[in-house]
Design a protein around this ligand. Structure first.
Ligand SMILES: Cc1ncc(C[n+]2csc(CCOP(=O)(O)OP(=O)(O)O)c2C)c(N)n1
Length: 413
């Protein structure tokens, strides 16, 4: 489907559709009937080679949940998953709008990908350590992290636990098993695999769950991480969130026109699963499988979550410049919130009125939390941050050059 962008012999992949085109994704098969079977989680890694090329799905578009991968979740657990996705979305909406009003410098939404972080977190143990990117805020929401603290981090205000030392959205919540997000893509891959190796070395049974976007798999760090994970059978899950776009580069630029992102794991002797990332039940099932494998000593699994980034990359991006505006609507795998909602309605555990009421309730909850957070400062008013904090909480012992800078700063004041 992809076109060449120039006439030379050098092949430069081009996305199938650009602004002004009528996107048509009929070339992406939606494999309703081809969900691969669920092998024993301790199977030989070769047995999952076919899983890297197929797509694990549980939810059909009519809301039915079917097949070997259908997880054993109660209606309450599924409703909690739906609520967490909706809460994540409500927070994203509010924060995006507040950035547009000049209250904070920057924000990143996870619209369309909520099932990946929420469904994944649901299947982990709370003491499993996650090494996320900036698009897995759903993990924090699912684990019950204080949303007001998350908002203060985005506002870089007086309530920011990081005292403005990290850009908005790059959260750090040790007590919720959420490793500090780094702006340098890829770093968390090797850190997470290293954490998992240490856990095994100490004979503990925690596992690490590491995330990367498909774009960042083009970095060396991804390959080092797979190499170490395989060699030492590190108890971890390596998640590739293929949301089709790395800012304005489509997934083909990271070799997405090859076999699949999951298939990268096959060459490293790792178990590999590819899952419909807009299907919370499938994400849960794949994670549960990989977590059991890792915990029992079977080593790492690479999971590709096949999804779509509905919004721009960040508040600094305008996707209308590089993809058709209706691209998110015609994406063949639907919306993760709608799909889980339809499932709950079909099994008689939810209805449209409850859904609308919950949407309204969450919007108000987020509004109130935001108002409280903003009392501690915002960018268009006063951040209520003591500038001297820039010298604190980085080094256990402040080095001499910083002591001198601090003294100069106080003199100038
Ligand atoms: C080492 C490094 N290179 C480049 C960047 C700039 N950058 C930030 S996000 C991004 C795109 C990442 O895309 P992907 O990995 O697909 O994740 P997504 O944003 O789609 O979730 C780039 C190139 C960076 N932050 N760090």
């Amino acid at each position: 489907m992809s076109k060449r962008s120039n006439q030379s012999k050098l092949y430069v992949p081009e996305p199938p559709f650009r602004p002004g085109d009528m996107p048509d994704y009929s070339h992406i098969s939606v494999p309703a009937m081809f969900t691969p079977r669920r092998p024993d989680p301790m199977c030989d890694d070769h047995e999952t080679a076919e899983h890297a090329l197929k797509l694990i799905r549980v939810l059909r578009f009519n809301g039915e949940a079917v097949g070997e991968w259908k997880p054993k979740l109660t209606a309450d657990q599924i409703r909690k998953g739906l609520r967490d996705m909706m809460l994540t979305r409500a927070m994203d909406e509010r924060m995006f709008n507040m950035q547009r009003q000049g209250k904070m410098s920057f924000y990143m939404k996870s619209a369309g990908e909520e099932a990946v972080s929420v469904g994944h977190a649901m299947a982990l143990r709370d003491d499993d350590m996650t090494f996320p990117t900036y698009r897995q805020q759903g993990i924090l929401i699912n684990r019950g992290a204080p949303i007001e603290d998350m908002m203060c981090q985005c506002l870089s205000n007086g309530g920011d636990r990081l005292q403005g030392k990290s850009i908005p959205v790059l959260y750090s919540f040790k007590e919720f098993g959420f490793f500090s997000i780094s702006g340098n893509l890829g770093t968390q891959l090797i850190q997470g695999v290293g954490w998992a190796m240490a856990e095994a070395y100490k004979n503990e049974d925690g596992i690490a769950s590491v995330f990367t976007g498909e774009g960042a798999t083009a970095e060396g760090d991804f390959h080092y991480a797979l190499n170490f994970a395989s060699t030492y059978r590190a108890p971890c899950i390596i998640n590739v969130v293929n949301n089709q776009w790395a800012i304005s580069s489509f997934q083909g630029i990271a070799m997405g026109e090859g076999e699949s992102f999951a298939a990268r794991g096959t060459g490293y002797g790792l178990a590999t699963l590819r899952v419909d990332g807009n299907d919370l039940l499938a994400v849960y099932a794949a994670t549960e499988w990989a977590a059991e494998r890792a915990r029992k000593g079977g080593g790492a699994t690479v999971i590709e979550h096949f999804t779509y980034r509905k919004s721009g990359h960040s508040t600094a991006d305008d996707p209308a410049k590089y993809r058709p505006e209706n691209d998110p609507e015609v994406w063949p795998f639907g919306d993760p919130v709608d799909r889980l909602k339809n499932h709950l309605i079909l099994i008689g555990e939810w209805d449209e009125d409850r859904h609308a009421a919950q949407e309204k309730e969450l919007k108000l909850e987020i509004r109130d939390l935001y108002k409280k957070a903003e009392k501690m400062g915002n960018l268009s008013d006063d951040l209520h941050v003591d500038p001297l904090t820039m010298f604190e909480a980085v080094y256990a012992d402040m080095p001499d050059h910083l002591r001198r800078q601090r003294a100069n700063f106080l003199d100038e004041d």
